[in-house]
Write a protein that binds this ligand. Structure first.
Ligand code: MG
Length: 339
């Protein structure tokens, strides 16, 4: 019999997360899966109500009732299984010689000091990802300043907060150099085949949350109006995402779900796996979001060097001491093929 227990958390974000996140307080739960062979694995379940996820209590209840299990918590269980098998072998998920390079995330461009650019570049970062959409035209001015001072690639994420008209005005405000350095614009607005096709004529486009709403015909190899797929191991089977990119000639960016460090660790593990498998398809990742919340029991276990993780103390995805000291609540017992 397998056993699942949980630890519900409420975290205060250190900064505003994106153009759509209303509150810096975020709720989720860590899961502890005890397999019938005695192996134990951990994962995070961090819903984003802003993007259509059911609340954490609904996620947990759906698992407990074993009916209509929410896809997010189902994916968390799969990740916990991966962690359990790594821990059973006494292995760390992270190889210091095969590290994934990540972009630097700028959550609040207006508050970001441009004087940091030289330091960031010298640390080895090759790409900046900027959350935009609050004041697009003012943001374009700041982006032009950044590209005057640096040659790092720029990734922009609107979190579907504008429309095609604003997007066109935004692009018209960018310098030629900015347009050259912009690697992609992620989720500019709600997916609409013809509007995204228009946008793609101006700049490379990436699909993140909007990908989940596209209703693409399975197996079809139609030309898609985007160039990059942003996939989150917390939400998708990352190997399926890689296969989709290979079929449609897209590039893949693996990111964290801006979740608990346990979720971030899983994202880094999965990113490393696909990078080894297909280095020409996988671009720099976006998983270094350990500083999203103040959780020193966890973040003190993480060693980062510039754009890459060096290691996380412990076995599997790490954090052994911090995880074992939590007050786990029983949720569910089930046999192998039940959930
Ligand atoms: Mg995004």
């Amino acid at each position: 019999m397998n056993r699942v227990s949980f630890y519900e958390y409420q975290l205060r974000s250190v900064a505003s997360l994106n153009a759509r996140a209303a509150t810096p307080l975020r709720r989720g739960a860590l899961l502890r899966l005890e397999c019938s062979d005695g192996g134990v694995g951990f994962a995070d379940c961090h819903p984003w109500a802003e993007f259509g996820d059911a609340d954490i209590s609904v996620q947990l209840q759906s698992l407990k009732k074993k009916s209509k299990i929410e896809p997010l918590i189902q994916q968390s269980l799969r990740l916990a299984e991966v962690d359990a098998s790594l821990r059973a072998e006494g292995k760390s998920a992270f190889n210091p010689h095969e590290q994934v390079r990540n972009h630097l995330l700028i959550r609040d461009l207006a508050q970001w000091e441009l004087t940091q650019l030289a330091k960031v570049e010298s640390q080895g970062f090759k790409a900046l990802k900027i959350k935009v959409g609050r004041e697009p035209l003012q943001e374009a001015v700041l982006i032009n300043k950044i590209t005057e001072l640096s040659s790092m690639r720029i990734r922009l994420d609107f979190n579907s907060s504008i429309d095609l008209t604003v997007f066109k005005k935004f692009v018209a405000s960018l310098s030629f150099r900015s347009c050259e350095l912009i690697e992609f614009v992620e989720d500019p607005f709600k997916f609409d085949f013809s509007d995204w096709t228009e946008a793609q004529k101006l700049l490379p486009i990436a699909a993140d949350f909007e990908f989940e709403h596209m209703n693409l015909k399975p197996g079809s190899n139609q030309l898609l109006p985007f160039d990059v797929l942003v996939a989150k191991p917390a939400r998708q089977n990352i190997k399926d995402s890689l296969e989709f990119c290979q079929t449609h000639n897209l590039r893949l960016v693996v990111t964290s779900s801006m979740d608990h460090p346990v979720g971030v660790a899983h994202a880094l593990r999965a990113a490393s796996e696909v990078l080894i498998q297909a280095p020409s398809v996988v671009l720099d990742s976006g998983c270094l979001t350990f500083d999203q919340y103040e959780l020193s029991d966890f973040t003190s276990q993480v060693q980062v060097l510039g754009p890459s993780l060096v290691r996380i103390q412990g076995t599997g995805i790490g954090f052994d001491v911090a995880l074992n000291s939590l007050d786990w609540q029983p949720l569910l017992n089930f046999s192998e093929n039940e959930v």
